[in-house]
Design a protein around this ligand. Structure first.
Ligand code: BDR
Ligand code: CA
Length: 312
């Protein structure tokens, strides 16, 4: 049986974030969730995180993070995730409380435990601000697993992915900090898709979580990027890339994060060593391929029973 890594998850739920939270509950020891403006406002991402924790029957502290990016204006993706961030679901006020500790302090506290692993599935605003507030974090973080960026196509512009586009300065600051990162960009996450057969499996299981997540996936398919292969569940890749690395291939890369306010904004460009000015590479890995059917199996198991059974 696999051990369950202790993690902090920084996210902006968000439909695919909801699936990733279920995976975090099932396959990790989820110490805390921090929220950020992204798919919807931080008010909504915080409320949604609390709702999802309660829906799963878990107890995990939820810490509110940044309401705005570091330098650019805030954007959202409610055309994909719904105004609430969870499709057209009416999200009830959750009995699961919001922590008094702000996200940045929660991240710093978590990292001071040492050997910290963070999974981030939204814009990197909180992470960059925590790294700026406490320079020792670079050495205290074992690795940051981030869904964001792309080495190929974008989904906001031709080459920029949403999480990178939403706060490009946070991406640049995080990569420039030297923290160890594995990037799960669109080049990878478009390979892992859930389709109507998977929705049917969730509906047949008919658990509290699977029923709601099936509704979310239907909404997502109607409003996201779906084709015959289905709808990508981007954020689950960063989480499962940590817990099930055997299902992914990764390669060392020099990534240059573009912040300029032009058509390069939000690009995470791979440069070879010479192009990077001969600088020694920071410890950056880029995920390139996934065993998609095995990844989806894990996602479904988590969505059906987030607290269930031994970790696979
Ligand atoms: C990323 O953007 C968000 O809409 C998703 O939740 C995911 O984190 C994909 O580009
Ligand atoms: Ca997300």
């Amino acid at each position: 049986m696999k051990s369950r890594p202790r993690i902090l998850m920084d996210c902006d739920p968000g439909i695919d974030d909801a699936f990733a939270i279920m995976c975090a509950l099932r396959y990790c020891d989820l110490a805390a969730i921090t929220t950020v403006n992204g798919n919807v406002s931080v008010d909504n991402t915080t409320r949604n995180a609390r709702h999802l924790v309660h829906l799963a029957g878990a107890e995990v502290p939820v810490h509110r993070g940044a309401a705005t990016p570091m330098e650019v204006l805030a954007i959202t993706a409610d055309e994909v995730h719904g105004i609430s961030g969870l499709g057209d679901l009416h999200v009830p006020e959750s009995p699961s409380p919001e922590s008094d500790v702000p996200a940045i302090d929660a991240i710093i506290d978590f990292c001071r435990e040492g050997g910290a692993t963070i999974v981030a599935t939204g814009p990197l605003t909180n992470i960059a601000q925590a790294l700026a507030k406490d320079a020792t974090l670079v050495d205290r973080i074992d690795r940051l697993f981030w869904m964001g960026g792309s080495t190929t196509v974008g989904n906001v512009t031709e080459k920029a992915e949403f999480n990178a586009w939403a706060d490009p300065h946070a991406v640049a600051a995080t990569f420039d900090s030297g923290v160890a990162i594995t990037m799960f960009g669109l080049n990878l996450t478009y390979q892992v898709r859930m389709n109507s057969e998977h929705v049917a499996m969730l509906r047949q299981a008919a658990t509290t979580t699977s029923a709601e997540l099936a509704d979310l996936l239907d909404y997502y398919s109607e409003h996201g990027v779906a084709d015959d292969e289905g709808q990508p569940v981007h954020d689950t890749c960063a989480l499962l890339g940590l817990t099930h690395p055997e299902l992914f291939t990764v390669a060392e890369s020099n990534i240059v994060a573009h912040v300029t306010d032009d058509d390069r904004r939000g690009m995470t460009e791979v440069q070879n060593h010479a192009e990077a000015g001969g600088q020694p590479s920071a410890d950056v890995l880029v995920a390139n391929t996934a065993d998609a059917p095995a990844v989806i199996d894990l996602v479904i198991n988590a969505a059906v029973d987030p607290l269930g059974g031994p970790s696979q």
